[in-house]
Design a protein around this ligand. Structure first.
Ligand code: CA
Length: 231
């Protein structure tokens, strides 16, 4: 049995820690935990986890201060747990360097999906084999290494999510990808979550708009998903 990545859970609610530990250990992750931020910081330094699940509401030093201190010394991916959706906007505004956010209460399935998606994202080497080479599809040029695209030689600005979407479609090489597949691979969400497949449609719409004359390359497969026309 090979164990997967080591995850540090910083949370003072013991029942929640137990629940996370039980479910992620079942998925072969190694789980360590700390009930307060100070202990968490010591463990982050000593145990060098591959990912941290961090609650904002902690005794004494809160999760946001933890994250501020952590980011001075480490870029380990962090999933932030927040108790309120309203709190989320404020946190996003602070740009503290969390990599993903989950609003409580959440299902362990959702947490697991997010953890897997985040680890996949950070474990992807910047220069991932063949796909680092720029590709040209008609008048569309995509430089995976620089995260740049050009349409008829003119640079178009894509958001990271739009770029990932385009990259997945190109990697699928004309194969149809369902909305659920795209949602899961880019947002790390399963079917029971608040962000739904319309998010995919909205991003595709914006991506098409930016691809201008090449927008026709992204074809809609009714009631299913999308594909890219490679030629
Ligand atoms: Ca808490």
């Amino acid at each position: 049995m090979t164990l997967k990545e080591k995850i540090l859970v910083v949370e003072d609610e013991k029942d929640l820690v137990r629940l996370i530990r039980y479910n992620l250990e079942k998925e072969k992750f190694r789980i360590i935990s700390a009930g307060d931020a100070e202990t968490g910081l010591v463990m982050a330094r000593k145990a060098k986890p591959d990912l941290i699940i961090l609650d904002i509401m902690l005794p004494k030093m809160d999760g946001l201060d933890f994250l501020r201190s952590l980011r001075k010394e480490s870029q380990v991916p962090v999933v932030l747990l927040t108790a309120k959706r309203s709190e989320l906007d404020r946190i996003l505004g602070l740009k503290l360097g969390a990599d993903d956010y989950i609003v409580k209460p959440f299902s362990v399935g959702e947490l697991h999906a997010r953890v897997e998606a985040l680890l996949r994202r950070v474990n992807q080497p910047a220069n991932a084999g063949g796909d680092a080479k720029p590709v040209a599809i008609g008048a569309l040029e995509v430089d995976f290494e620089r995260h740049e695209i050009r349409v008829k030689g003119k640079r178009a600005e894509l958001t990271p999510k739009e770029f990932e979407l385009l990259k997945l479609l190109i990697e699928a090489n004309g194969k149809v990808l369902s909305r659920d597949q795209l949602l899961e691979r880019i947002w790390g969400h399963g079917k029971d979550m608040e962000i739904d497949t319309r998010t995919v449609d909205q991003h595709i719409a914006r991506l098409r708009h930016k691809l201008k004359s090449e927008s026709v390359r992204i074809a809609t497969v009714t009631n299913f998903g999308y594909q890219i026309k490679m030629n």
